[in-house]
Design a protein around this ligand. Structure first.
Ligand SMILES: Nc1ncnc2c1ncn2[C@@H]1O[C@H](COP(=O)(O)OP(=O)(O)OP(=O)(O)O)[C@@H](O)[C@H]1O
Ligand SMILES: Nc1ccn([C@@H]2O[C@H](COP(=O)(O)O)[C@@H](O)[C@H]2O)c(=O)n1
Length: 201
């Protein structure tokens, strides 16, 4: 059976988690995993692991991340597909993906998966910049020069994806500029209807 068949057989359900760099996607995904039983797949983390693994694509990925650029979809989608097939769970939060129209269309074509909904963390650049500059995780791209490039890519390439899902009534927008616990209260509301749906099935 091919990958599409195996994903279908597993009954994979996907929620895309989007938002600007530093909007709090990873932080809230940890809360969602704890309370709603999802598996968190961060596209950025998968790409960073690929660099560390010494893969043939490692240097290309490293250079693109340093420049805040979006890695070709085929690379990221292969990593996501592999992670979904290797994991025992069927409910996935895909964080930081799709980052542009190419990511979105290629994922749909390759996996035949449509997200249940898209969670969008809305936050000002000033607040995101503050958070990223004090994140202190030693990331190559958490410096002011790369941060500004990431913001530009977010505005030009990622926001149109959110608008696409908004037009399809699939985007659930959360004000992410508030304290972590307040943001999570809104996240819980976004998930409550989905969770009921999953248990009814
Ligand atoms: N609501 C919040 N208020 C204040 N700080 C926050 C909030 N949410 C997250 N943070 C902090 O901001 C930083 C960035 O958060 P996080 O890593 O979750 O963002 P992200 O959207 O996943 O970023 P990236 O896209 O760059 O990976 C972290 O240090 C985190 O602890
Ligand atoms: N779909 C994606 C996601 C990420 N990248 C690259 O990784 C960088 C870091 O991403 P985070 O989500 O961890 O902030 C990002 O700036 C891109 O360079 C990607 O190419 N495609």
């Amino acid at each position: 059976m091919d990958a599409v068949g195996r994903l279908k057989e597993k009954g994979v359900k996907v929620i895309f988690v989007l938002g600007g760099p530093g909007s709090g996607k990873g932080t809230q995904c940890a809360n969602i995993v704890r309370d709603f039983g999802f598996t968190h797949l961060s596209a950025g983390d998968l790409l960073r692991a690929e660099i560390k693994s010494g893969s043939a694509n490692g240097t290309m990925i490293q250079n693109m991340i340093k420049e805040g650029k979006i890695v070709p979809s085929e690379v990221t989608i292969k990593l996501l597909e592999k992670a979904m097939l290797e994991n025992g769970n069927y409910k996935f939060l895909i964080d930081g993906f799709p980052r542009n129209e190419e990511n979105r269309a290629a994922f749909e074509e390759v996996t035949r998966i449509e997200p249940e909904f898209v969670l969008f963390f809305d936050c000002s650049e000033e607040e995101m910049e503050r958070r990223l500059l004090s994140r202190n995780q030693g990331r190559d791209d958490d410096n002011i020069e790369t941060i500004r490039k990431r913001f530009k890519v977010f505005l030009e390439s990622s926001l149109p994806v959110i608008e696409y899902y908004n037009a399809k009534n699939k985007a659930r927008t959360v004000d992410a500029a508030r304290p972590i616990n307040e943001v999570f209260e809104s996240v819980k509301i976004a998930f409550s209807s989905f969770d009921k749906k999953v248990h009814i099935e």
